[in-house]
Ligand binder design. Structure first.
Ligand code: COA
Length: 209
């Protein structure tokens, strides 16, 4: 269990399935996520969860409201590439259930976990050009950089939309003002890394002083 300021991240369990099916089928979520699929049923989700637990390349987590323990979304690592130490990461939250700031909190926790626990050094994703909330959370608040634009790559809302390729390196995460707090949330107060970036070492010194 990873606990942030507003949310917690934990492995998916069978009792999340109804919520996860609702999340996958929610209109505003389907409009904004990059992938497209047919609407899902809880029965199909059951089979999907069993496959998920056997799948070494992808690791999905349920996002819960830290105050109530209720599921409010999902996040995870996909296409984990151990040789190049990179993975795709994404998050989706149920509109109306997640408090403001939940997206930023989830992404900060995922980065601290990926870079300081899992051992990755690069996270990447794609964002539809009209997804202002995702650009606000990943790029403006969490330091991800836009690395490229795939023109008219995705059919959405009856139109062809550009897809932005975004990514962050561990060294860039280390320079974020709140990175030390999130590393401590994931690894505990005694955490020290021999090759941690200068920024995170400086911040940890301040946090533990
Ligand atoms: C994308 C998503 C995870 C962002 O989560 P969130 O909880 O709304 O994000 P935050 O509250 O942390 O907001 C981050 C920043 O974006 C801004 N923002 C949020 N929604 C916005 C919107 N609709 N339009 C413009 N800016 C927005 C916030 O104001 C905040 O900036 P600020 O701190 O300067 O005010 C969430 O909206 C979501 O799940 N959307 C549906 C699925 C999806 O698009 N997933 C991402 C696929 S790439």
């Amino acid at each position: 269990m990873l606990t942030g300021r507003l949310v917690a991240l934990r492995p998916m369990v069978a009792t999340d399935l109804e919520f996860l099916a609702d999340l996958t089928n929610a209109g505003p979520v389907r409009t904004h996520v990059v992938g497209w699929d047919w609407p899902v049923t809880v029965d199909a989700q059951r089979e999907w969860l069993a496959q998920t637990h056997r799948d070494g390349r992808n690791r999905r987590l349920t996002v819960t409201d830290a105050a109530t323990d209720e599921p409010i979304g999902m996040t995870g690592l996909w296409e984990i590439d151990w040789h190049n130490r990179s993975a795709l990461s994404a998050v989706k939250l149920m509109p109306g259930r997640a408090p403001k700031g939940a997206g930023t909190d989830s992404i900060m926790l995922m980065m601290a976990w990926s870079f300081y626990e899992v051992g990755l050094r690069r996270l990447h994703s794609t964002i539809l050009d009209f997804n202002a909330a995702s650009l606000g959370a990943y790029v403006r608040r969490c330091g991800w950089r836009i690395e490229g634009r795939e023109r008219q790559a995705v059919f959405r809302r009856g139109d062809w939309r550009d897809l932005l390729r975004v990514a962050i390196l561990r060294s860039e995460f280390d320079e974020l003002p709140d990175s030390a707090e999130y590393v401590e949330r994931v690894c505990g107060a005694a955490h020290r890394s021999a090759d941690a970036g200068a920024g995170v070492v400086r911040q940890l010194a301040e946090v533990t002083r």
